[in-house]
Design a protein around this ligand. Sequence first.
Ligand SMILES: *Cc1c(COP(=O)(O)O)cnc(C)c1O
Length: 388
Amino acid sequence: MPSHIDFSDRLKQLPPYLFVEIDKAKRAARAAGRDIIDLGIGDPDTGTAQPIIDALKEAAQNPANHHYALDAGMPALRQAISFWFSKRFSVNLDPDTEIYPLIGSKEGLSHLPLGVINPKDKVIVPDPCYPGYLGAVIFAGGRLVRLPLKERSGFLPDLDKIKDLKDIKLMYLNYPNNPTAAVAPKNYLEQLVQIARDRGIILVSDLAYSEIYFDNEKPSSVLEVEGAKEIAIEFHSFSKTFSMTGWRIGWACGNPELVKALAKVKSNIDSGIFQAIQIAGITALQMPEEKIERLRAMYQERRDYLIHGLRSLDWKIPPPKATFYVWGKIPKKFPDSMTAAKFFLEEANIVATPGVGFGEQGEGYIRMTITVPKERINEAVERLRKVL
Ligand SMILES: *Cc1c(COP(=O)(O)O)cnc(C)c1O
């Protein structure tokens, strides 16, 4: 049937989805029965902890939880978030005005611009970046200002460049960073908050990886910085910390006016999070810290296997300090990251993500995830040993 539906200009403006080819090739390889090691997706392989599942099961049995949830979520959930936040970051948040539960943090990161961006407003989005920010800005009619993340600057946006830019309305920030795995030092955040306050820039901090850190170096929340609450909103997720990607639960917190803008957008779009999932979320936040410590130790061991394995192939990548991504320059024999990723798949049955898919500045890099068991990581290294 010929298509006669004309998509909106908004949809036509979205950047091309560069992972299409790799996705297709991966599916074809799987269908052909090839043993694929998928180092492409950022989705924990461990499954959600049993107490969280049990909490959901019990709550799902109670008809009181079957109704439309309150937009702002259960007070008990917001209190549990506030408690967790003050324990982890020593920052106090008012559960009624400074915390708002989300159907996953991506949802909130994407909806916020609809509440604060007018057509043609300029928004800083780092390059490379988590692709979700791009659609968010385009849907709101904003203008993208890409700031390069360079390895020599620790994959942090250049502060002087931000000072030189005029009329910036909002800036996305994501440390620990996907895809580069970089972490922002506290003093960088302090300088950035100062600049944002001076110029009235809204800071949108994506802290999805706050708990996936190594070598005992805890990443900071931007809200730890004095005065940050004047201009910042931060997005948190249960997905990575508690291996709950499919459950869809997260939260926004920070400046009450920004929280209010997001809440207003959302009240026109969704009707809250299934209450049984909120109750399971409370259980997750109250889990003993040793559970998360064990998870970190597991990822750290896998990271070390991959980094040491690749080094034995003369492929040197600095070990990431956080996230479950390894971001490295492609071996010299490849002209670009897409060619490298195709070679990995065709010659070694390994899926890795070409850096260019995260932005032009990602060209020359490839991203590998450590969300597979260490035996598979070793197997991947051995396969690469044969073909590289
Ligand atoms: C995984 C991820 C998210 C999305 O998290 P959800 O809470 O599952 O929506 C947001 N930002 C980054 C950088 C991520 O990698």
